[in-house]
Design a protein around this ligand. Structure first.
Ligand code: PEP
Ligand code: MG
Length: 590
């Protein structure tokens, strides 16, 4: 039976493939294909891990104290039985031999299948037994990771002939876990939770593969291996579609690929409006390895390097100054002399230091993490960490043009502390005779309070960058990662547009560089409006650049500039803007 459901579209295009269901807690398990000639060795690896676990369980049973409840020994017997169950063993072998999954992936895939079967059992006692399956799987995964097994072979399924494309379905994926899927086997994503500008969605977008978040029931309704269509343009997710629907979407998929190829040809065309106003298109990156894609897309620099991804999932062992320096230097060198805006770490809210899904975050932090110790607040609370990061960034400036950007600034005393910290870091490097170049210092405007104290910010900072994702979140009091209030997350809200327009005007009047690096920058629905507000610099995912450039090339900046004031006065700016922009240029001039 085919089922259709809707979530929030976060990354364009259509993905068609077989579902790989992954439990949120196991998203970090390696997913890769093994070469057909290596499947035998992979089955051996799994067999070895199984023997290790069997020994562990045997030892546990032997060492049980005499007074231990008898259920405990029975439980260990159940685990041992599951471990050697011929049906399970055969299924695992098939995942590896037929589907070419690596051993860890085979374990998680089969676990999902079994857990579903247990979930559907009427007998409450049997339903409870799924915990045993999960525990045995956990032990197997641990044994496999202790064993290692060479580098992941991230090979596309088609390479072995006849394999189907795969799409990933999970309740939630933590932002840092999402990163590991860059260049992975998956051609699309669906998650149950998350908002359009949650960091998971942002990373999905940066991977440029179709994705839908906030699809609520997806991971419950989809089964391992179901055929799925993920429509990243409308948010539709179709489970086991009919052949006719499938054909229709395959046609759309081809059309959208053709469109992308057509847009890609614009990458070396300078972004200049019809009336000759140059517009700077910069890239947002998460890792130094993203820089080549930024160049390839035609970016004239990096407008936002989200350095927090270097800090995540390290079990509290933060990257030291040298490690950070190497990462920043790599990004700077990869950009070949173009400017790189390195944002100081923005940990907190939906980007915790250690792996935690949104669901866990919500449970663990009853207080509101988005209003807590995040971004610059965390950096200033950890002066040693901040010092190291500033020194690492300064050292990287010796290899190219570097700008430092600070997230979530709002208070004057924060500004003072930032300026002093940067000065101290420079002084330290001078004393140690470590080379660095001049860096411009910028503030992200992402709290309404900051937008309202622009004269103070412009006095101390060389440039500002509008973080519209957070500016919208904090102006409208809407958690950007919460799908249940996603309908209220409205970039067209008059208050949001007024703040954005005011910030751009204030920076332009002061002759300071201003950019937008939130998701609005890459959304073509806003290109004309932002240019009309006087913005000349936008930073976005490289995948969005060509479409935005195409818009820029067709804009008459003078004309859209004249349309802005009345739209800002309108109670319904979205409609007002649509109407204003729809009127042909000549009549607007009359
Ligand atoms: C923003 O808030 O708009 C922004 C660019 O920062 P982040 O999305 O990383 O919070
Ligand atoms: Mg932000």
């Amino acid at each position: 039976m085919s089922i259709q459901m809707f979530g929030l579209p976060v990354s364009r295009g259509v993905a068609i493939g077989r579902a790989v269901l992954v439990d949120s807690s196991r998203v970090d398990v390696a997913h890769y294909f093994v070469e057909p000639e290596r499947t035998g060795a992979e089955i051996d690896r799994l067999r070895h891990a199984r023997n290790t676990v069997a020994e562990e369980l045997g030892t546990l049973k032997r060492d049980l104290p005499a007074e231990a409840p008898t259920e405990l020994a029975a439980l260990l017997d159940v685990h041992l039985m599951l471990l050697h169950d011929p049906m399970i063993t055969e299924a695992l072998r098939q995942w590896i031999e037929v589907r070419h999954y690596n051993a860890e992936w085979a374990v998680t895939a089969q676990t999902e299948v079994l857990v579903r079967q247990f979930d559907e059992m009427d007998d409450a006692y049997l339903r409870e037994r799924k915990a045993d399956i999960e525990q045995v799987a956990e032990r197997l995964l641990r044994a496999l990771s202790r064993e290692g097994g060479g580098l992941p072979q991230v090979t596309q399924p088609g390479d072995f002939g006849g394999e189907d494309p795969l799409v990933l379905v999970a309740n939630d994926i933590a932002p840092a876990d999402m990163l590991q899927f860059k260049g992975s086997v998956f051609t699309g994503f669906v998650t149950d939770v998350g908002g359009r500008t949650s960091h998971t969605a942002i990373v999905a977008r940066s991977m440029d593969i179709p994705a839908v978040v906030g699809a609520r029931e997806a991971s419950r309704l989809v089964r391992q291996d179901d055929w799925l269509i993920i429509d990243g343009d409308t948010g539709a997710v179709l489970i086991n579609p009919s052949p006719i629907v499938l054909e229709e979407y395959r046609f759309r998929q081809r059309q959208s690929e053709l469109e992308r190829a057509r847009l890609h040809r614009l990458r070396h065309t300078p972004a200049v409006t019809l009336d000759g106003a140059p517009v700077e298109l910069l890239a947002n990156i998460e890792m130094p390895g993203d820089a080549p894609a930024a160049l390839e897309a035609g970016a004239v620099g990096v407008g936002l390097f989200r350095t927090e991804f270097l800090f995540m999932n390290r079990g509290g062992a933060l990257p030291d100054e040298d490690e950070q320096f190497e990462a920043y230097r790599a990004a700077v060198e990869a950009m070949k002399g173009l400017p790189v805006t390195i944002r100081t770490v923005d940990i907190g809210a939906d980007k915790p230091l250690d792996r935690m899904s949104l669901t866990e975050l919500r449970h663990e932090h009853a207080l509101n993490p988005a209003l807590g110790l995040r971004a610059i607040r965390w950096s200033l609370a950890e002066p040693a960490m901040f010092r190291q990061q500033l020194r690492a960034i300064l050292r990287a400036s010796a290899y190219g043009k570097v700008r430092v950007l600070v997230p979530m600034v709002a208070h004057r005393r924060e500004v003072q502390a930032i300026v002093e910290a940067l000065e101290r870091a420079k002084q330290h490097l001078r004393e140690a005779a470590v080379p660095f170049n001049d860096v411009e210092l910028g503030a992200m405007v992402e709290v309404p309070a900051a937008a309202m104290v622009m004269p103070m910010l412009l006095q101390h900072f060389d440039f500002v960058s509008l973080g519209t994702n957070d500016l919208i979140q904090y102006t409208l009091a809407i958690d950007r990662a919460d799908e249940s209030v996603a309908h209220l997350y409205d970039p067209w809200h008059p208050a949001v547009l007024k703040l954005i327009a005011d910030v751009i005007s204030a920076a332009n009047a002061a002759g300071k560089h201003v950019s937008v690096c939130g998701e609005m920058a890459g959304d073509t629905a806003f290109t004309e409006l932002l240019i009309g507000m006087g913005l000349r610099s936008l930073s976005m995912h490289p995948s969005q650049m060509a479409a935005v450039k195409q818009r820029v090339l067709r804009i008459d900046s003078q004309r859209v500039g004249r349309l802005v004031p009345s739209v800002l006065q309108s109670p319904d700016p979205a409609s007002a803007w649509q109407q204003a922009i729809a009127v042909p240029a000549r009549s607007a001039l009359n």
